[in-house]
Design a protein around this ligand. Sequence first.
Ligand code: COA
Length: 416
Amino acid sequence: MSKPLEGIKIIDFTHVQAGPACTQLLAWFGADVIKVERPGAGDVTRSQLRHVKDADALYFTMLNSNKRSLTLNTKTPQGKEVLEKLIAESDVMVENFGPGALDRMGFTWEHIQSLNPGMILASVKGFSDGHHYEDLKVYENVAQCAGGAASTTGFWDGPPTVSAAALGDSNTGMHLAIGILTALHQKNKTGTGQKVAVSMQDSVLNLCRVKLRDQQRLDALGYLEEYPQYPHGSFSDVVPRGGNAGGGGQPGWVLKCKGWETDPNAYIYFTIQGHAWAPICKALGKPEWIDDPEYNTAEARQDKIFDIFNFIESWLSTKTKFEAVDILRKFDIPCSPVLSMKEIANDPSLRESGTIVEVDHPKIGKYLTVGSPIKFSDMKVEVKASPLLGEHTDEVLQQLGYSAEQIAEMHAAQAV
Ligand code: COA
């Protein structure tokens, strides 16, 4: 069965994580993604944190599956000529170089448009065009600090903290993929391409929307009722770090289970949904709390919410996180075990759904990766190995019309 993006040709001029995550997703969905890499070294992630000597690192393989690799020195005349030919016959070019790098290489938007008016040029930068930090180079954690995630994550008595989730990198790539698909849809109607730009700061902030909500509530009220600082602590004039508090109207916290003293992940997340108060009391063996006016409304529980969590922890002390969730799920209580990466890697449901997949790589052997989190009724996403550096150079050049002699000359001139 044909894949939805079959026939779409994408020049993947990306590196590290934000750009590659975007183009990998489009490759899974059927686009022909040609990764353009500097001869010799390629994407820097090929060699970062290797676990098999001289083989591509997992950082690279897990973000570049289903692509082809073309090595090309785009600073040589021959390399520029190849890139120009590719641009002329492609639909999308994706890049996430430092600010101005593409222009310095001679590939300004005007030049790209003159080569192909239908081209969609999709870029990731740290900050948006015109921003007072637009000249800055940016990595994941820098973006988390600039986008409001770090100042609002962690505990109130600790420093700003970054999340392990790639809010600045892969999240920005996902935003870019949405932008590209939107521009492709528009191109189907108008025939013309356009520039699509996403900044890492904006993408992080987009996920910190509720914290901007909280800043405005704090400005208006002077307190935030769902934060652990309320009602016994104090607030300043900025949104504080709230530890593990839930961000909505349902109080929640990470609670210890049996074995927490030795297992760093023997915890569950427990949510007290207002309308589930009665089932919670039944599950905990506290039926007397159901109608007690000291407990039976969210307002009444507010000032003793940590006493309630403490009580739940004593109930949990005889149960593993999995046993606890198996009991609580029967009472319709939103909860989950805190899963380690090892537990996730071995989770049969995630294997079954294709969210965790095993891939065979010619140099590193079998490894696990995260497959498509998006499921389709009419398409099964197949995750294939990432390409070796320059694996498809000759194939791509032949398809562009170069003869064997011309290709050999380019190799000799180190243009490819
Ligand atoms: N042939 C020849 N030159 C190439 C090339 C190729 N195939 N591919 C890249 N280059 C050159 C670029 O032209 C640039 O040269 P220049 O600086 O002389 O103009 C250089 O290699 C690489 O530039 P840059 O992207 O700035 O690399 P860096 O390692 O200094 O910075 C980042 C890395 C990620 C910090 C930077 O690219 C960046 O800020 N990107 C935007 C935000 C982003 O995506 N961050 C990473 C998220 S995972």
